[in-house]
Design a protein around this ligand. Structure first.
Ligand code: WTA
Length: 652
């Protein structure tokens, strides 16, 4: 579609008059952020409270061999004090966190004020200290979406420990690998994680994981359901320790560049890598994007439906909103439990003003019908957000018409675990919206589109290529935990002098950006990012599997589904039971989110003569697009392709 014919939605007068920034303001501020980054960020760096103010602002290099990113480097601060203590005087009795339980029929929502948050976080920080946790130590958090997850994050930040959250849907193996990966001293978990009416046994998962970790690793257990668990010598009872703990803990003075957290994420090769974010720049960026992109105003109720196990939960449930003194919702459940009206019921109940979710949820709820939305009062909604994958125009339109009643701007925010906060996004009072476009760079962000082969910047509009960033922004990741070389290799070596996002992108005739999806072997399943290599290595770890190749294919609800080609050991015969067995196997190796949707038995895989699997061909077959396979003559054995086509799986 060209720029002239595509639908577009200018901001309403109402939106513009309320918004922090209008079109003119955006243009001026953006220009200032690029022409004078030091001046711009010196000013906006003041939005956080510094113990010792910074005198240096930006000190960054994307130069090969010397990738070095520092912001506000000589300033000191405490992130937890910024998210809590500094609000006590003005909004101590305001709700900081509204917690909404999985099952609304058995439990009420909790409203936690800033003062209460302060007390719980201080106590938990003292508990951590009592367990021997010190500045710089790593703490793994493996919790359901309960307030204690936020307390744990902020308690780590308070004493200068580095947290690494592992999504509660991950298996014991994945948890163990992450505990070992950052050499954590402590795992904080719960007995069970209720979700969608079911309970995941987190404590027993943790016990299984810790069998493969050092004996010295301790385990702090929160009782969420009170269900039965086994107890070992390494376990400590959170409830009991909190009773004894003092409710004051002085915030540690941290350098702006001290790590705040590690978050493991998938890449195109190897095992997940530990993305490291530091304190000052990250907080400035998370808070600033939260305020401007969602047009957050004092007193608003903000709801991001993500899990704190993902970066979206870090930046837009906890750090960004709390740094801004906001009221943020933490939701334990799922969109369809007890019924498909749950999101809208919660929006009505808590008078939500800004609602931020993923396209996969929007598509699933769109499929459930409009009645579920219409029976709830959504009159407080002012803005809607989308994140995690490209949003298709049908889902955008439904979100706009049925949920937003045509009155709520939609911000389609493109960003990554690595970027800390939004990179490309509309601003509600400034941007004429186009369904499906991430549109414009946030302040300080310099997107460029490169030719994938030559790596040369493509100028002008109406063009397509790979998306890179020309320069640094304060929320950028600083390194891969324990492997700075991998950091450089992954993000700065394909296109020298730039940060490479891994995404393809189009810049339309108006200069707006459209993300076209990953150009590497990362797939995006229900907004969860996964490396195909991880699923493959789980599959080949099964004794009956000789070889496996995994690709994504278009899926109506999940965005992408997981399509696995599996070659069995010579003595094994394919069967439906074996297919089930492999599905269960991958669930236990990684977690339910990695379970293949389709498994095709492949007597052989298409390989080049040097033995490299031709994924392009496998992708085409999985997409049912085998009319355009391209040149297959370089394959070692071209006949395997015919077999794969003949026996391809039905995607419906
Ligand atoms: C994809 C999630 C299109 C993209 C915050 C990126 C998107 C990956 C969008 C990062 C969007 C995220 N439009 N694609 N609005 N947002 N993506 O690290 O492929 O879990 O590289 O961070 O999600 O996923 P991650």
């Amino acid at each position: 579609m060209n720029a002239q014919t595509q639908p577009s939605f200018p901001p309403s007068e109402d939106t513009v008059s309320r918004a922090h920034i209008d079109a003119r303001g955006y243009a001026d501020m953006y220009a200032a952020s690029i022409s004078d980054p030091d001046g711009f960020w010196a000013e906006h760096g003041k939005r956080v409270d510094w113990i010792k103010p910074f005198s240096k602002v930006k000190n960054t290099s994307f130069e090969p061999g010397n990738i070095d990113i520092q912001w506000f480097e000589d300033g000191t601060l405490n992130v937890s004090a910024n998210c809590i203590d500094r609000h006590l005087e003005t909004r101590g009795d305001q709700t900081a966190i509204i917690w909404e339980p999985d099952d609304p029929s058995t439990q009420d929502a909790k409203h936690i004020t800033y003062r209460e948050l302060h007390s719980s976080v201080c106590k938990m920080a003292n508990v951590l200290e009592e367990l021997g946790i010190r500045k710089g130590d790593r703490v793994v958090i493996y919790l359901p979406m309960i307030p204690e997850a936020a307390y744990a994050m902020l308690a780590c930040a308070r004493i200068g420990a580095i947290h690494s959250i592992v999504f509660a849907g991950f298996s014991p193996d994945a948890l163990g690998a992450r505990v070992n990966g950052c050499d954590a001293k402590l795992v904080i978990t719960a007995d069970y994680a209720p979700r969608g009416g079911r309970e995941t046994p987190l404590k027993s998962n943790t016990d299984a994981a810790l069998l493969h970790c050092k004996d010295s690793v301790k385990c702090l257990v929160v009782k969420r359901t009170g269900g039965q668990t086994t107890w070992t010598d390494r376990d400590y009872d959170y409830g009991e320790m909190m009773l004894e703990a003092s409710d004051y803990c002085a915030p540690a003075e941290m350098s702006a560049e001290d790590p705040l957290f590690i978050l493991y994420t998938s890449g195109s090769t190897g095992q997940p890598k530990g993305v490291v974010h530091t304190s000052g720049g990250y907080l400035v960026y998370a808070a600033m994007t939260h305020e401007y992109v969602f047009d957050y105003h004092d007193g608003d109720v903000f709801w991001c439906t993500a899990d704190v196990g993902w970066v979206t939960g870090h930046s837009y449930i906890v750090y960004g909103p709390l740094a801004n003194g906001a009221t943020t919702i933490m939701f334990e459940g799922v969109p369809t439990y007890p019924d498909a009206g749950r999101f809208w019921e919660v929006c009505a109940k808590h008078k939500v003003n800004q609602f931020y979710t993923a396209p996969t949820a929007i598509r699933a709820l769109m499929g459930a019908g409009n009645d579920w939305v219409e029976k709830h009062d959504l009159s407080n909604l002012r803005l809607l957000g989308s994140v995690g994958e490209p949003i298709n125009p049908e889902a955008w339109t439904w979100y706009n018409d049925v949920v937003g009643k045509g009155n709520c701007p939609i911000v389609d925010t493109f960003w990554q675990t690595e970027t800390g906060g939004h990179m490309l996004t509309p601003l509600p009072g400034a941007t004429t919206l186009k369904p499906g476009a991430a549109q414009q760079p946030f302040f300080g962000v310099q997107p460029v589109v490169l030719d994938p082969q030559s790596g040369v910047e493509i100028d002008g509009n109406g063009i397509e290529g790979v998306l890179c960033m020309r320069d640094s922004w304060p929320g950028q990741m600083r390194t891969v935990w324990g492997d700075h070389e991998r950091f450089e290799k992954t993000y700065f070596s394909d296109y020298k002098g730039y940060y490479f996002s891994g995404d393809g992108c189009r810049r339309d005739e108006d200069g707006d950006y459209w993300i076209t999806g990953r150009v590497d072997d990362v797939i995006n399943v229900s907004g969860h990012r996964m490396g195909t290599a991880e699923v493959e290595s789980a599959l080949v770890a099964h004794a009956k599997v000789a070889e496996a190749a995994v690709v994504g294919y278009p899926h109506d609800v999940k965005g992408q589904g997981i399509y696995a080609y599996v070659t069995l050991m010579g003595s094994e015969a394919p069967s439906d039971e074996l297919r089930k067995e492999l599905e269960v196997w991958v669930r236990t190796e990684i977690g339910p989110i990695a379970k293949p949707d389709l498994i095709q038995w492949a007597p052989g895989l298409p390989k080049t003569r040097s033995g490299k699997i031709m994924r392009r061909i496998l992708r085409k077959i999985a997409e049912d697009d085998f009319g355009s396979l391209g040149d297959t003559s370089t394959l070692a054995d071209p006949s395997v392709v015919d077999d794969l086509i003949d026996n391809r799986m039905n995607r419906r």
